[in-house]
Design a protein around this ligand. Structure first.
Ligand code: GLN
Length: 521
């Protein structure tokens, strides 16, 4: 029997339940795709073939005994390398954690294991999740499966590229300012940032604790909802975890896919849908809005005036928290230790300096300096304090907007995938990618990105973002699934079918994705 890796996680789960395939077979097929394509894409930093196959065999045994552990038991998954995995390297894309093997699992990883999802490996990312292109990884960039000369977004470009190139049906990402949603937009995949506190952060190596959130990366809205149900819900190990059940998210997605949005008020955020966006991105956004109206939704315009300051506030709050978090990488406790050259009996401070100099990349150093400055006495009120006030205003803008709209929408990212190297030396240009995604992190509200179509002359994808009030994640799934269904009817299938794919021998986009991935064994 062959196993088609192009199908969704829900379809794989269905085939497993009907006994049409086995988890070992499905896992092998994905490992085979990794072997064939990851040389070119570089979505993974570490592949655990042996571990994944052992977990798959255990899943098959549970099924044979009539006791699957969850709806997704046996469906393999990739995990962003910022999440602690016991026995598997966890580097956060940084040299400073090279060789570190955590002695424990992040709660979300423990939940994947409990639900029976074999872990294929750890995915590439910008160092400590700082970036929008995955070019800041100390282990080399990930490439966009749509065009290998382009970025897959960041910081979770590895997870998005793995899913877009059928090297995993599902992945976990983390989103501090857009790192799940923006990679989703530029790779034609689905990415969901849950409500802050809705998914445990225990074992997520923190960049900015008050903004970070773990979430699903997938090819369909339903798959994201199914995965969210596995990882979400209260965790006593995370003091910011919300003590509430995760909710019926997959049901919301299924209901949305039926296509009836009557009575749903969709708010278009004025500040996030005009200037600074590529024309094609805006055109696809408008078409998606028209489809929501056809499905019965009412579209209203809402203004969130403080959103124009979101990026500036984020680049004070985030580095402030990151500078404090990264102080623990001191060469003493774990990870890299570099002895300064030519210094006899170096002091602890000299070892720390040499280690941090060699172990951290430029972007990480930039943010440590920025954050330390913003928090220093005399500047604290002027920078960090001001940014926190803006954050409060952004929360108020959301609250006011959600009085007139059930969900808020915008394009996910301002442009389609740019070329590797294009923005690497221009931090501000890089930061601007998150213009539309950052407000949700500052306010803690959930947001999903779903593919909205091909948005430029090169045939590259763009994303449509749906934001909902805190704890109303189900609305993202309902509206997202309705739009996905309408768009797929229009396209005659999933957007990824339109990807030119890549030729593993030349590394360039000529071979259809079906050829490279269809019916892999
Ligand atoms: N690109 C943003 C940054 O560089 C967001 C990163 C993220 O969400 N982890 O901070």
């Amino acid at each position: 029997m062959t196993c088609n890796t192009r199908v969704s996680a829900a379809e794989i789960a269905g085939a497993l339940a009907r006994g049409e395939t086995s988890s070992v077979e499905v896992t092998r097929a994905h490992l085979h795709n990794i072997e064939r394509h990851d040389g070119a894409v570089h979505a993974y930093l570490h592949v655990d073939a042996e571990g994944a196959l052992a977990q798959a065999a255990a899943a098959d045994e549970r099924r044979a005994n009539g006791a699957p552990a969850s709806a997704l038991d046996g469906v393999p998954i990739a995990v962003k390398d910022v999440l602690a995995t016991s026995g598997l390297p966890t580097t956060c894309g940084s040299k400073i954690l090279q060789g570190w093997v955590p002695p424990y699992d992040a709660t979300v990883v423990a939940r994947l294991k409990r639900a029976g999802l074999p872990i294929l490996g750890k995915t590439n990312m910008d160092e400590f999740a700082m970036g929008s292109s995955t070019e800041h990884s100390a282990y080399g960039p990930t490439r966009n499966p749509w065009d290998l000369d382009r970025i897959p977004g960041g910081s979770g470009g590895g997870s998005a590229a793995a899913v877009a190139s059928f090297q995993a049906p599902l992945a976990l990402g983390t989103d501090t300012g857009g790192s799940i949603r923006q990679p989703g937009a530029v790779t034609g995949t689905v990415g969901m940032k849950p409500t802050y506190g809705g998914v445990s952060r225990y074992g997520l190596v923190a960049m900015a604790n008050s903004l970070d959130q773990v979430g699903p990366v997938s090819r369909t809205v339903l798959d994201a909802a199914l995965l969210h149900e596995v990882i979400g819900g209260h965790d006593p190990l995370d003091s910011t975890s919300i003590d509430q059940p995760v909710g019926k998210l997959a049901d919301a997605a299924r209901r949305g896919a039926e296509g009836d949005l009557s009575g749903v008020r969709v708010g278009v955020i004025t500040e996030l849908s005009g200037e600074g966006y590529q024309a094609g991105v805006l055109a696809r956004f408008q078409e998606s809005l028209d489809l929501l109206v056809e499905a019965g939704a009412e579209v209203v315009e809402v203004s969130c005036p403080s959103f124009v300051h979101a990026l500036a506030a984020y680049y004070l709050v985030m580095p402030a928290e990151a500078s404090s978090n990264l102080a623990k990488f001191d060469a003493m406790r774990y990870g890299l230790r570099v002895l300064p050259e030519g210094v006899e009996n170096p002091s602890a401070e000299e070892v720390m300096r040499a280690t941090r100099d060699a172990g951290f990349g430029d972007e990480v150093k930039r943010r440590i300096i920025l954050g330390t400055y913003a928090l220093s006495s005399g500047y604290y009120d002027a920078f960090y304090g001001q940014a926190q006030k803006v954050r409060t205003l952004i929360g108020r803008d959301f609250a006011a907007a959600f009085e007139t709209a059930d969900v808020l929408v915008s394009p996910t990212a301002p442009t389609t995938a740019f070329k590797l190297g294009e923005k690497l030396d221009d931090p501000i240009a890089m930061y601007l990618n998150d213009l539309a995604t950052i407000p949700a992190n500052l306010a803690g509200v959930p947001g999903i990105s779903i593919p909205s179509g091909l948005a430029d002359e090169d045939g590259l994808p763009a994303g449509f973002q749906v934001l909902a009030p805190a704890l109303a994640d189900d609305r993202c799934y309902r509206v997202g699934a309705a739009l996905e269904a309408a768009l797929e009817r229009k396209w005659g299938g999933p957007l990824l079918d339109k990807a030119p794919g890549l030729d593993p021998s030349t590394g360039s986009g000529q071979v259809k994705l079906d050829q490279r991935n269809g019916d892999a064994r």
